[in-house]
Ligand binder design. Structure first.
Ligand code: CAO
Length: 412
């Protein structure tokens, strides 16, 4: 009878984790301690090994799947039962994953004397480091347990064959080799789980959605005077009103006037949203978060300011609930605190547009008879050109600018 061994995720201690490396497929035979699955946590990597020799009967996860302690990853048929169960078919030519004992002879590794080994063992972090340094791990002899490649193996001088062709070309072109050796080893900083997730999302949107960015600026001199006066009236005990709640208010009004900017493209249909839910980017230590102010068009300035403060606090404490980040129909990214005059924000798909704010500055503006100092706020609107054309983009920004210039227009 076939004995099955369930291999489950462990050692993740409740952290968010995902599969970064799948080393086996169904039908492969594995040796005891062969690495089956690599798992990355926020700042660490865990390797799940085969508890015994056997054949892979099932693989239940794929690369990038989120996993937690106890999740079933792989099912093995124990080796003895594989041999005795002659009735159980299996690909006779299935490749095997086993540890090739290696001689920890660093001098021969340095001279390139080892035979290339496509079945090398290395943790996800070592693989990433090798990628960054342009090294071919199959050419490097590992000196860790069961011949595993460890960080020290990468620190030694490596044979030319271990340098990938693209890296060799780049290094030759830039003549970096000796300069890097003098500088010492580079620092490798693993990206957080959030950074990697955001990275995947923005790459997908940037490559699949044709972006156009419309730049403009608007006069917020009166708005700023109004904001300062309101804050003075409200006193110290009230939450201070920053510029952002005013922009959210103005955006909500503009979205009501231009419904195509408050919509999503799903397959070949434009879905015009009945509610106005405005997301805003928050810069946190872990990376970018975009909580959502639901029904922003129904909220007062004070309610919007409270919601921004509540959500930004939760974002920075990594305590956003799923509801806090879902359902957005338009996003604002305010880089006013960081400087710059304009930028090209990436749409938060499946939304169709995003507004970038840069730092408002005093500028001399011609009023018909003289230059007068006015506080000008730069606006950068990126929109999905599959659905929104340039005229609509320019009109939306112009309308928004007019509302910010005179907030009474938000009442229209
Ligand atoms: N121009 C000029 N002044 C601005 C401004 C702008 N665009 N935006 C904000 N300000 C002012 C505010 O009015 C406030 O002024 P006072 O001190 O006189 O009251 C001051 O700058 C500080 O504002 P704030 O940044 O603390 O608050 P906010 O409500 O404007 O923003 C938040 C909150 C959470 C959006 C912000 O803290 C943040 O995280 N911004 C980064 C967003 C980001 O990362 N975007 C990039 C995404 S893509 O990588």
């Amino acid at each position: 009878m076939t004995e099955l061994i369930e291999v489950r995720a462990n050692g993740l201690s409740g952290s968010e984790a995902f599969v970064s490396d799948l080393r086996v497929s169904v039908g492969q035979t594995v040796a005891p301690s062969a690495v089956l699955v690599g798992i990355e946590l926020g700042k660490a990597a865990v390797e799940i090994e085969a508890p015994a020799a056997g054949r892979v009967a099932r693989v239940l996860v794929a690369v990038n799947d989120a996993v937690k302690d106890g999740d079933l990853l792989v099912v093995l048929e124990r080796a003895e039962s594989v041999q005795s169960a002659s009735a159980s078919p299996g690909p006779s030519s299935a490749p095997s994953v086993e540890h090739v004992p290696r001689v920890a002879d660093t001098s021969s590794a340095a001279s390139g004397g080892h035979v290339p080994n496509p079945d090398f063992h290395a943790s996800p972090s070592i693989r990433r480091l090798a990628r960054e340094r342009g090294l071919d791990l199959s050419q490097i002899a590992g000196t860790g347990r069961h011949g595993r490649i460890v960080a020290e193996d990468l620190a030694r001088p490596v044979p030319a064959a271990a340098q990938s062709q693209s890296h060799l070309g780049l290094a030759a072109a830039l003549q970096l080799d000796s300069a890097l050796a003098l500088q010492g080893p580079d620092e490798s900083r693993p990206l957080s789980l959030l950074q990697r997730a955001v990275g995947r999302t923005v790459t997908q949107t940037w490559t699949q959605v044709p972006h156009v960015t419309q730049f403009d600026e608007t006069d917020i001199t009166e708005l700023e005077a109004f904001r300062v006066a309101l804050n003075r009236e409200r006193g110290q005990e009230e939450l201070k009103l920053t510029l952002l709640p005013f922009v959210v208010k103005a955006v909500a009004a503009a979205l009501s006037a231009f419904p195509v900017f408050n919509a999503s493209l799903l397959k070949d249909a434009l879905v015009l949203k009945s509610s106005v839910h405005v997301g805003f980017a928050v810069d946190t230590e872990e990376g970018l978060r975009v909580p959502v102010i639901h029904h922003a068009n129904r909220l007062s300035l004070r309610q919007i300011a409270l919601e921004i403060a509540r959500l930004a606090d939760r974002a920075r404490a990594s305590k956003l609930a799923p509801d806090d980040v879902q359902g957005g129909s338009f996003t604002i990214s305010n880089l006013g605190g960081a400087g710059g005059t304009a930028f090209t924000p990436i749409i938060n798909a499946p939304e169709l547009a995003i507004l970038g704010l840069s730092k408002a500055t005093l500028k001399p503006v011609w009023n018909g008879s003289a230059f007068v100092p006015r506080l000008m706020l730069p606006l950068s609107l990126s929109y999905d050109h599959r659905v929104i054309n340039g005229v609509a983009g320019a009109r939306f920004v112009s309308h928004l600018g007019a509302v910010l210039c005179d907030l009474r227009r938000a009442l229209l």
